[in-house]
Write a protein that binds this ligand. Structure first.
Ligand code: FAD
Length: 345
C-alpha cells in the first residue's frame, strides 16, 4: 500500500508528454499468440498513426522467439520480449510485475489488452500498480482530434447505454478490448521491426501461485469470436430440443451453434453461446439466423458478418434489414431441406 501511495505521489509530478507509443499485450497460451492480439495490432496501428508514434507489442513467455517475426509482420514496430521460465504460463504476480516494470521504464501512452480471461485479470492489476485508469471491455477506441486523448467506448448498465470514457491526468491510458470487434492487422512478411529483450528476474516466492498442471475441459470448446460459420437460433426454435437440429446443420457445415439472449434467458442454451451486445461479438464469413427477430441488441453483435442468411416466419422481422439473403418461412421446413441439399452435394 505504501509503495502504491508513493508511486501515486510521484505520478502527480510526472510530465505526461514523456509517455509515447501504443502498446499491445501479445497474450499467448501454450506459446501460441491469441487471435485477439491481431485485432489489437490492427486497432493499435490506427491509433499509433494518429498519435504519430510507434506500435509496440509486449510478449511474455518462455522460448517464444518464433512469435516475434509474426508480430512484426502484423504491424509491430517494436517487440518487447520478456523471456523467463516462470512466464511460461500466466500468473497475475509474474506478468503484472514484468508489465509494470516495462511501463515504468519505457512509458507507453496507450496500453491495449484483449478482454479475455487473462486480460481482464492482468489489466486491472497493472493499472493499480501504475496508478492509472483502465476502461474494461471497450468496443470502440478513438483519438480526440482536439486534445489527442484516447476516447474509450464500452457498453454500460447492462448494455442500455454506450459510455465514452477518458483517462484525464494519468498515463498510460489503458483499455481491455472485446475480442471480435476490431479489424485484424494486415499481414506483411516483408515488414521489419526492432526487438528489445527485457531483463526479467524474480525473488523466491515472489510469484505466489504455481501452475502445477493444466487440465483441459472435456466439454466442447466454444469460440464464437473465431468461428467462420455460425448457425444461430432464436425463440422461433420453440424449445431447447430445437438446438439439436441447428447442431446437426452446424456440424455438416463445419460451423458453431449460437443463440439470441432470449434463448439463454429461457435456459435453452448456456450464456457462452449468446451473440449480441451483452454476449459475444462475432464476425464470421457466414451467419445463419433461424427464428431470430433481429432486436438491436442482437444485431449489434453480428452485423459485421460477411454474409447473413435469415429465416423467419414473419416477413416484417427486422433481421431481414441486415440480411444478405432472406427466406420467409418455417425454419422446421427450411433446415431439413438444407440438410438434404448438403447431403446431395
Ligand atoms: P423473439 O424476438 O421472440 O423473436 C423470435 C422470432 O422467431 C420472431 O421474429 C418470429 O417471427 C420467429 N419465428 C417464430 N417461429 C418461427 C419458425 N417456426 N420459423 C421461423 N421463424 C420463426 N439479445 C440478444 O440476442 N443478444 C444480446 O446480447 C442482448 N442484449 C440485451 C441487452 C439489453 C440491455 C436488453 C434490454 C436486451 C438485450 N437482448 C439481447 C434482448 C433483445 O432485446 C431481444 O429480446 C432478443 O434478441 C430476442 O430474441 P429472439 O429474436 O430469439 O426472440
Amino acid at each position: 500500500f505504501k509503495a502504491i501511495m508513493q508511486e501515486e505521489m510521484e505520478k502527480e509530478k510526472e510530465d505526461l508528454s514523456l509517455y509515447q507509443d501504443v502498446w499491445v499485450f501479445a497474450e499467448q497460451r501454450e506459446s501460441k499468440v491469441m487471435p485477439v492480439v491481431y485485432e489489437l495490432l490492427g486497432e493499435g496501428r490506427k491509433l499509433a498513426e494518429k498519435r504519430q508514434s510507434k506500435l509496440c507489442a509486449l510478449l511474455c513467455g518462455y522460448q517464444m522467439s518464433h512469435q516475434v517475426e509474426d508480430l512484426i509482420a502484423h504491424g509491430a514496430d517494436v517487440v518487447y520480449v520478456a523471456d523467463h521460465e516462470e512466464l511460461r504460463t500466466y500468473t497475475t504476480d509474474g506478468y503484472s510485475k514484468v508489465f509494470h516494470e516495462a511501463i515504468k521504464k519505457y512509458k507507453p501512452e496507450i496500453v491495449l489488452l484483449g478482454a479475455t480471461h487473462i486480460g481482464r485479470d492482468l489489466g486491472p492489476s497493472i493499472a493499480v500498480k501504475s496508478s492509472t485508469g483502465l476502461t474494461a471491455d471497450c468496443t470502440s477506441l478513438e483519438i480526440d482530434p482536439e486534445d489527442g486523448k484516447l476516447r474509450q467506448t464500452r457498453p454500460a448498465f447492462g448494455g442500455n447505454l454506450m459510455a465514452t470514457i477518458i483517462c484525464p491526468d494519468t498515463r498510460p491510458q489503458m483499455s481491455t478490448v472485446r475480442p471480435g470487434v476490431m479489424d485484424k492487422a494486415l499481414y506483411d512478411p516483408e515488414r521489419e521491426g526492432e526487438v528489445i529483450r527485457l531483463d526479467v528476474s524474480f525473488q523466491p516466492d515472489e510469484i505466489r501461485t504455481k501452475v502445477l498442471k493444466t487440465v483441459k475441459s472435456l466439454a466442447k470448446q466454444v469460440s464464437l469470436s473465431d468461428a467462420d460459420i455460425i448457425v444461430a437460433g432464436g425463440m422461433g426454435i420453440g424449445n431447447k430440443e430445437g438446438f439439436k437440429l441447428l447442431e446437426e446443420l452446424a456440424e455438416k457445415l463445419g460451423g458453431t451453434v449460437a443463440a439470441s439472449r432470449a434463448c439463454v434467458d429461457a435456459g435453452w442454451i448456456e450464456h457462452q453461446y449468446q451473440v449480441g451486445q451483452t454476449g459475444t461479438t462475432v464476425k464470421p464469413t457466414l451467419y445463419f439466423a433461424f427464428g431470430i427477430s433481429g432486436a438491436i441488441q442482437h444485431i449489434a453483435g453480428m452485423k459485421d458478418s460477411d454474409y447473413i442468411i435469415a429465416v423467419n416466419k414473419n416477413q416484417d422481422a427486422p433481421i431481414f434489414e441486415v440480411a444478405d439473403y432472406g427466406i420467409v418461412g418455417d425454419l422446421y421446413q427450411v433446415i431439413p431441406g438444407l440438410l438434404d441439399e448438403i447431403e446431395r452435394i
